[in-house]
Design a protein around this ligand. Structure first.
Ligand code: URA
Length: 427
């Protein structure tokens, strides 16, 4: 078999066989083919798509490219969660300790920033000391000890996805249904999830720009889940404006800690409760979704979710004094308020544009830069009122961002209706 024949076949929009897909995944993972050859094939897949069958073969080959985590010794149902990516998306950081505090074991492997979206692993690493690469044995031990561990993909779990994910990010090959579906489902299958809840984001700051594509992606992932015997539920959520107010690694940790203390932005709260209620249902903790939401809220109010978050951070060598006194969290050198030039109502905050701007603000290895909005779409704004704070270590970037943000946060004269956060559930 030759990689050239495989590229040519996909370039000419023909269906690849199981053997051809397995050959590509194996040789690329083992560094036996070049990045440019893999890039050519990924771009051909991006342009010509894949059948359900091809996508399933790709997913399973990627899932089996490294170790397959066996969590059966825990004797509990393992329910995992993943998002298709968004801006200001700190859902995993609040949701997973919350669900774990209700007795559901959480074994979470998170990604890094992809395109204009943020990555949970980078956000967790903004907590001084927090280690996301702790090794499989420690990962399992942590789950056994405290019921939760959140790591990144440095382990030998789905290594093919790790390589392909990074390559896609460098060649503008992210927004593809078969590539996103196989990337997400391969990680979930390899990390031992028996049941899966997926946050499929839709809108300007998501890879799926409309509901129709989001439904196609959902159905593809549900199909793969069926074939791999993993029950999968997809929740379509709105990503036209950023989730919550903070965009940027340490800034989102601060917002997450405030969430545990009861300061919950409405859209973030809705996503957390909806996903959480399904996670509890799939884990056998209760069939009634509204009752499940009440249990989740109770564990925020009684502080159990926050305690679980502290345990998680401590167990992964994070310094919890930064969480206990959130004002200690590392901050950018410059924090500048942006004032509205007019009065009216916030009409739009394009989350892709603001996500790109937040990324632009960062210097290399800078986990403190970002943007904190003070308004959401439909909020009233007065002239001269602060609409956002820009955090940056680089002054030039700060000045540029303060100007650009004026164009991104659009103000209308008439009242603006709020959009729905939870759009649809697909099972
Ligand atoms: N999240 C992933 O893990 N992979 C993708 O391709 C997109 C979002």
């Amino acid at each position: 078999m030759s990689i050239l024949d495989i590229i040519e076949k996909k370039r000419d929009n023909k269906e690849l066989s199981k053997e051809e897909i397995e050959y590509f995944v194996k040789t690329y993972t083992n560094n036996e083919i070049m990045d440019y050859q893999a890039a050519a094939l990924l771009m051909a897949i991006f342009i010509n798509g894949m059948t359900h069958q091809e996508t399933t073969y790709l997913t399973l080959a990627m899932a089996h490219s490294g170790e397959m985590l066996d969590l059966s010794t825990l004797n509990k149902i393992i329910v995992d969660k993943h998002s298709t990516g968004g801006v200001g998306d700190k859902v995993s950081i609040v949701l997973l300790p919350l669900v774990s505090s209700l007795g559901v074991p959480i074994a979470k492997m998170s990604g890094r920033s992809l395109g204009f979206t943020g990555g949970t692993a980078d956000k967790l690493e903004s907590i001084p000391g927090y280690k996301t690469d702790i090794g499989i044995e420690q990962f399992k031990k942590n789950i056994e000890q405290i019921g939760i561990s959140m790591i990144t993909q440095t382990l030998n779990l789905a290594p093919a996805d790790k390589k392909i994910y990074a390559l896609r990010n460098s060649i503008s090959c992210v927004e593809s249904i078969p590539l996103i579906a196989s990337s997400i489902m391969s990680k979930k299958i390899a990390s031992g999830a028996q049941k899966i809840v997926l946050d499929v984001t839709v809108g300007k700051g998501a890879f799926m720009k409309n509901k129709e594509d989001a439904k196609k992606l959902s159905n593809t992932m549900i199909q793969i889940g069926k074939l791999a015997n993993r029950e999968t539920v997809c929740i379509l959520t709105n990503m036209n404006e950023p989730l919550g107010y903070a965009i940027g690694n340490s800034l989102e940790i601060i917002e997450a800690v405030n969430f545990f203390k009861g300061n919950m932005p409405e859209d973030l709260k809705q996503v957390v409760l909806e996903l959480g209620s399904y996670m509890l249902k799939l884990a056998g903790k209760g069939d009634k979704l509204e009752e499940n939401k009440k249990m989740l809220l109770e564990n925020i109010e009684n502080g159990k979710a926050y305690q679980k978050f502290l345990e998680l951070v401590k167990n992964q060598e994070g310094d919890i004094s930064y969480i206990e006194d959130i004002s200690k969290m590392p901050k950018a050198n410059n924090i500048k308020p942006v004032k509205s030039r007019q009065k009216g109502y916030v009409q739009e905050i394009d989350s892709k544009e603001i996500g790109k701007l937040a990324n632009m603000l960062k210097d290399e290895n800078d986990l403190t830069a970002g943007i904190v909005l003070t308004k959401k779409v439909s909020d009233r704004v007065e002239q001269g009122e602060t609409i956002a704070y820009v955090h940056a270590n680089n002054e030039n970037k700060l000045i540029k961002a303060c100007e650009k943000i004026q164009d991104i946060i659009k103000i209308a004269q008439k009242e603006v209706e709020k959009e729905k956060t939870i759009l649809e559930i697909i099972k």
